[in-house]
Design a protein. Structure first.
Ligand code: ARG
Length: 523
């Protein structure tokens, strides 16, 4: 809306009237603004000053009420995300899954859905026979591991090296795995590994402000655990033996291995079992798997197989795919663990902030640097289209000028500081007649798009829609900072302007929180 509008101060009865008719008007005007947004209608110029006042009033009140724009019935959403493998690197793909999955969980929660977040850890497969074998051969005491993720990884790497030259090790590992699968060896030691891994992972997730409702394990669906399911599938001809003794499933006339000839399970077998289990446990409306593009075939196989005998279970299933991040490395070399990436971000942020003249030294502590570092990584990721591969660049992610997370945090701090230091308080009523300057109407107009943007971001599970909007909004708010004073103007005007800044801060804060970032109050 770029119409130039000049208005006189509205009479008091206008304000009161507006409060009573607000509910009705809000809906009408938000719809009106959405139509304006999409170009379906042109602003009504003849009566524009009055309309603009109503518009400003309703947008601000709507934001201050903080009610999401939805009347859908809440759904049960299960989200499988992050899901790294133990004793293997937490690679950039897991980082993306973590960031995108958290965003999807948050946005569903915003719309009042019941969300259940699962971290499905990879701890099973022949390669873990190798690890188990290594732990046994090296007499490792699980209770004494200080940094289990790193130490298990080292053992795993060593055993792999050994297996390259020593066929015996490879065979032993395979046999070992087959034995634990079939229950011939106790899983006690394995449970300890799982516990220490979860403990360490939880510390890292805490840095990102992410929690899970459950940690599930591939090993929960081991050969013994899924025996009944195998019998069922065999009885109903979903799987059959081939000449080598493998169990085979058929999808669109294509045969794929479902169980190895020694009855060891595969990633596919375990995911089929896990899906059925989740459906039984959570009776979900949606089951979302946040996993990179490369596993598209895997998930379509999982869904296709289950569909052959339990169609209902697959109805809400969706593989939410994403592209690769290239070039994300740390000083230590190629990024291996999430902690290293976050440490790198924090350290770089610290150096940068120390050089910046805008930094308030008193606000520069470890926690702030950590939050800024993670914000940079998260926003840099979420500003990309989900399915696209992208090149990671530390300078671009951490810059405070361009479209970065740092800039958004800086904006939030600036808005917060204004609220604290401008000398007036946020008024209880909105007087739109005092908010007629072009830049204010522009900001309000941007704010009016928030719910609509969020809805689109939600429907496509594309955080970048929300992030681009935030950058546009930030430009507009910064312009208002330049053009509109809150200090040294009369009190009512100051208060009303503060109200606009405050509404803007609510939108910025809510958006950052949905994106999975903790808004800072000072930096
Ligand atoms: N651990 C797997 C990997 O790193 C991802 C697991 C995703 N979830 C699932 N249910 N398959 O590739």
């Amino acid at each position: 809306m770029n119409t130039v509008i000049k208005v006189k101060r509205a009479p008091l009865c206008f304000e009161l009237n507006m409060r009573y008719t607000l509910n009705f008007r809000c809906k009408q005007i938000v719809r009106y603004s959405q139509k304006l947004d999409t170009g379906q209608i042109q602003p009504d110029i003849s009566n524009s000053s009055k309309n603009t006042e109503k518009f400003v009033h309703s947008v601000l009140c709507n934001i201050l009420k903080r009610k999401p724009n939805t009347n859908l019935t809440p759904k049960k959403i299960v989200i499988d995300f992050s899901s790294p493998n133990i004793a293997k690197p937490f690679h950039a793909g897991h980082l993306r899954s973590t960031i995108i999955g958290n965003f999807i969980a948050n946005i569903h929660k915003y719309y009042k859905d019941y969300v259940f977040k699962i971290n499905y850890l990879g701890d099973w497969g022949t390669q873990f026979g190798l690890l188990q074998y290594g732990l046994k051969a090296q007499n490792v005491n699980m209770n004494e591991l200080q940094k289990p993720i790193k130490q298990l990884y080292d053992i795993y790497v060593n055993m792999n090296k050994l297996a390259e030259t020593d066929e015996n090790v490879q065979n032993e590992a395979r046999k070992y795995f087959s034995d634990i699968e079939q229950g011939k060896i106790s899983l006690e030691n394995w449970k300890k590994i799982r516990n220490v891994t979860v403990h360490e992972l939880e510390n890292v997730y805490q840095r990102l402000g992410i929690t899970f409702d459950a940690f599930h394990w591939e090993s929960d669906y081991n050969g013994i655990a899924i025996r009944d399911l195998m019998d069922y599938l065999q009885k109903h001809n979903i799987i059959s033996n081939d000449e080598t003794g493998k169990k085979i499933a058929t999808i669109n006339n294509k045969k794929i291995t479902f169980l190895k000839s020694d009855n060891s399970t595969l990633y596919l077998t375990r995911d089929v079992a896990a899906l059925l289990d989740r459906h039984k446990k959570y009776d979900f409306d949606k089951m979302l798997y946040i996993v990179d593009n490369s596993q598209a075939d895997h998930f379509s196989s999982v869904f296709e197989i289950v569909k052959q005998f339990n169609k209902k279970c697959t109805e809400g299933c969706e593989h939410i795919k994403f592209g690769r991040i290239k070039g994300m490395s740390t000083r230590k070399g190629n990024a291996v663990f999430l902690n290293d990436i976050l440490d790198e971000a924090k350290q770089k942020m610290y150096e940068k902030q120390m050089q910046s003249k805008n930094t308030r030294q008193s606000a520069m502590n470890e926690e702030t640097c950590d939050i800024l570092g993670t914000t940079a990584v998260v926003i840099n990721d979420l500003k990309q289209r989900r399915q696209r591969d992208y090149e990671f660049n530390w300078d671009r992610a951490l810059q405070s000028e361009g479209d970065s997370g740092i800039k958004l945090q800086y904006l939030h701090c600036r808005l917060r500081s204004l609220e604290k230091n401008c000398g007036v308080s946020i008024p209880e009523f909105c007087s739109p007649a005092l908010l007629t300057e072009d830049i204010i109407v522009d900001v309000v107009n941007e704010l009016s798009k928030f719910e609509n943007v969020l809805q689109r971001s939600f429907e496509a599970y594309e955080a970048c829609i929300l992030v681009s909007y935030l950058f546009r909004l930030a430009k507009c708010i910064n312009k208002m900072f330049k053009e509109m004073k809150v200090k040294n103007v009369d009190q009512s005007t100051a208060e009303q302007r503060l109200l606009v800044f405050h509404a803007a801060r609510i939108v910025v804060k809510t958006s950052l929180e949905i994106l999975g970032v903790r808004p800072l109050d000072e930096m």
